[in-house]
Design a protein around this ligand. Structure first.
Ligand code: FAD
Length: 575
């Protein structure tokens, strides 16, 4: 169920800039680099997973049959690929959060369902919790199952809707108080049909007082569980299931009550949760974006219109350049947010990285499908039949659509994140944030340390202005709605605040990376950053116009209510 508790911030930060209205370049740059030992370790596993998956998986067949080959998951398990982040002592590969992310992208680049499976197992499943939980029965259980290389899942979504704040599934305490019996349903659960251990969110009913929200660590080998597989528009073959619990027994010591141990609100756990969702969303987003770049080059290079190579046309050059810039910016936010310690201090930046990466990916993949004309929407099988280059654009286009829903629908993530960002102005942090100066300090004062082209220096100055404008706008919203419950009703404003914040964050981090790479790549990244910032500034301008519309807002509520009540507009259905 969606959480509304307020995450902490601190450390490497862009939120510090947004809060104060002063672009804190010193907290954005220098751009982080992966520890060389960690990087080499990840390089090796990326290589091994890539070679194994390419040898073992026919991605077209998996897509067609919506099933992974028999024995494949066991082979992943034997090779330790289901334990990417776990220590080598227990058969894992001891990868960093970013290292495991790279492995997921490599697998997706061949077969999205395989990469998604690795993403769920190494990110969404509850095993990473073992790092942050205090000593106790749940940590012991997780450590034991890690040693056994168990397959796991996290079951939160229900038929009533994932975005409800209270789950319906309930665990009833047995008379002797030794266990809970789970009754209810979960739906769309990644790895659900395979998982041996599932963290299940639900209500713990003890017979006394209001049932509390809890996480039940359920052993699926116990009686009382039935699983039905789902199939989606893409990632066909990824095991995702609907789980029905009919008195499945969970020992009392394997239950965490939210509010006591509070597993979902602890900063470490919240960071773990968002990193897991990034493996299943941003991982595929980056991998598919990179594939689109390769397909565009392959296609454009061989095509001529009226004797002129397609690559010489203005519109095509813009598509190619903006796609490259989108991939560069996506890599930038993912590296900046995932590399290094202190993930829990970058919660907002992690969430924005997730949404930015899937929005950028959708722009890229949609443009690439159009760029390839008929070949963009033709299946690889059909192309192969007629002897054409069988680029699997159509398959990955379907895979890409999925990632805007996994981990919660993209616009709803912005709605929640905008609300959570602004909630800090009402909560215990309000005085600290409110007293932070807004504006001040000429943005050019810190630009001296930025190694940027003249165009990017101009973007940096504009970013400083936008950051000032953002802090003023958030304060204005908070003043206009002294009651946060009233602000929460203005969902469009919350979405816009989150989108503007994520655009400014991405712009800052992209410039920091271009500055970092300036002396190494002969200015190539400066050009990409320039393209990205130019497009981002156009988008931000449009978002500001929406936040303070110059045109009177039409009555969306009335039109929507009338239609939903069946009261009007039925003529639109007449053929
Ligand atoms: C491949 C795949 C794997 C998945 N894996 C997992 C998993 O491992 N574990 C798990 O728990 N779930 C998983 N999910 C489920 C996924 O997280 C949910 O489908 C997603 O969060 C949306 O929830 P829902 O379908 O219940 O829609 P709902 O929450 O019912 O939302 C329906 C619509 O209402 C909108 N909405 C909701 N609340 C509001 C609001 N306050 N204001 C305005 N609009 C609102 C939503 O944006 C959406 O458009 C997976 C889904 C897929 C496709």
């Amino acid at each position: 169920m969606s959480s509304t508790s307020t995450p902490a911030t601190g450390g490497r930060s862009f939120v510090a800039s947004l809060d104060s209205g002063r672009l804190r370049w010193d907290r954005v740059a220098p751009f982080p680099a992966e520890d060389p030992v960690q990087r080499r370790r990840a390089d090796e596993i990326v290589e091994r997973v890539g070679a194994f998956v390419e040898a073992r998986i026919d991605p077209e067949e998996v897509d067609g049959t919506a099933a992974l080959p028999d024995g494949f998951v066991e082979e992943l398990r034997e090779r330790g690929f289901l334990s990417l982040r776990q220590s080598a002592e227990i058969g894992g590969h001891d990868l960093s959060a970013y290292g495991a992310f790279r492995v997921v992208t490599r697998a997706v680049s061949w077969s999205a369902p395989v990469g998604q499976l690795l993403g769920v197992q190494n990110g969404v499943a509850p095993f990473e919790l073992a790092r942050s939980l205090p000593a106790g029965a749940v940590r012991d259980l997780l450590e034991q199952r890690i040693t056994e290389r168990a397959i796991g899942g996290w079951a939160d979504t229900e038929l009533i809707g994932q975005n409800n704040s209270r789950p319906a599934l309930t665990g009833y305490l047995t008379e002797d108080g030794s266990a809970y019996l789970l009754r209810g349903h979960k739906t769309f659960i990644g790895n659900g049909p395979l998982a041996e251990l599932v963290a299940v969110t639900g209500l713990a009913a003890t017979g006394e007082g209001e049932p509390r929200i809890a996480v039940f660590f359920a052993d699926t080998r116990q009686p009382g569980l039935t699983v039905q597989a789902h199939e989606f528009v893409g990632a066909k073959g990824l095991p995702v299931g609907a789980l029905t619990f009919d008195n499945l027994r969970v020992p009392r010591e394997h239950v965490l009550l939210v509010g006591e141990e509070n597993p979902q609100a602890a900063p470490q756990t919240r960071a773990m949760g968002i990193v897991g969702r990034m493996y299943s969303t941003s991982g595929p987003a980056l991998a598919i974006g990179r594939l689109c770049l390769q397909w565009s080059r392959e296609f454009v290079s061989r095509r001529f219109i009226d004797g002129r190579n397609l690559g010489e046309y203005d519109l095509i050059q813009r598509i190619v350049a903006t796609s490259l810039a989108d991939v560069f910016a996506t890599e930038s936010v993912l590296q900046w947010s995932l590399i290094g310690p202190g993930l829990a201090d970058r919660w907002f930046e992690l969430v924005w990285s997730m949404n930015v990466s899937r929005a950028a990916n959708w722009r890229i993949v949609d443009q690439t499908v159009s760029l390839l004309g008929g070949e963009g929407i033709e299946t690889a099988r059909s192309k192969r039949r007629r002897g054409a280059q069988p680029l699997p654009v159509e398959r990955f286009f379907r895979d890409a659509r999925l990632i805007r829903t996994i981990g919660n629908v993209d616009f709803q993530v912005d709605n929640i994140t905008g609300r959570q960002y602004l909630a800090r102005f009402y909560g215990p942090e309000a005085d600290r944030i409110g007293s932070a100066a807004t504006g001040g300090e000429d943005t050019l004062a810190f630009a001296a340390s930025a190694d940027l082209s003249p165009a990017n220096l101009e973007h940096l100055g504009a970013l400083g202005e936008e950051t000032r404008r953002f802090a003023a706008a958030t304060r204005q919203l908070v003043r206009r709605y002294p009651d946060p419950r009233e602000l929460a009703l203005h969902e469009q404003s919350l979405v816009l605040i989150s989108r503007i914040a994520s655009e400014l964050y991405t712009a800052a981090v992209t410039l920091a990376r271009a500055s970092h790479l300036a002396s190494d790549d002969g200015g190539a990244s400066q050009g990409l950053a320039d393209v990205y910032l130019t497009e981002a500034r156009h988008r931000v301008e449009a978002l500001w116009r929406r936040l303070a519309p110059a045109i009177a807002e039409p009555d969306h509520a009335k039109i929507s209510r009338d239609w939903l009540a069946g009261a009007s507009f039925d003529q639109l259905l007449t053929h």
